[in-house]
Design a protein around this ligand. Sequence first.
Ligand code: MG
Length: 249
Amino acid sequence: MTRSALPLALVFVIPALIAAAAQERDEMPPPEKTEVWEPEPAVVHAGGHGKAPSDAVVLFDGTDLSKWTGRNGAAAWTVADGALTVAPGTGTISTRDSFGDVQLHIEWRTPTEIVGESQGRGNSGVFLMERYEVQVLDSYENRSYSNGQAASIYKQHIPLVNASRAPGEWQTYDIVFMAPRFGSDGSLEHPATMTVLHNGVLVQNHVEIEGPTVFRGQPRYEAHAPKAPIQLQDHGNFVSYRNIWVREL
Ligand code: MG
């Protein structure tokens, strides 16, 4: 560039570039065109620190088992100090209400006194729709088969990581469960899916459920009602639960 070319660029070229940019901007649709105002999300008070969100159904608030049933009617597990604890041999407990697609929050604790090993240590489980188990187990320095450890979808999906806390410490599951969809002829249209956070750590990322949880053999779907109870498993260990709430999706 010659000495005289530089002032020419300042006088002619740069203003032309600025004008072109302005024109391009004016030709874009106004930003309001891409703002969406309806529907407005409902206001929910988020809870936290042991409190449920304002639109949640509280299934256990630390006081009683009125929202649950057991093998012979009333749920026979123990309620003490704001927690409910498996009473071994009394059986699995179920919510009185039925649920389909949900966000479920539940806190659990395995016994401080370590008894047993592998699947025999702090075993329980959270069953969505009476069928699909997120395993509860003391998996803190306690090796078991990977698809049966804590936060596994039992015998179906290994957790991405082991986020277990030590026995006696409270742990959390936050579960997003989408129920399976069946056609009118009973055929599977869409499998159930689950996302699970264990102690705030993502351990199941929108995995597809293969069918109801089975101990032996392969899972296989059979059509069922669009809603069913949530269950907590009596596996013979003194596992405790607290602060259980669910939001229907
Ligand atoms: Mg279990």
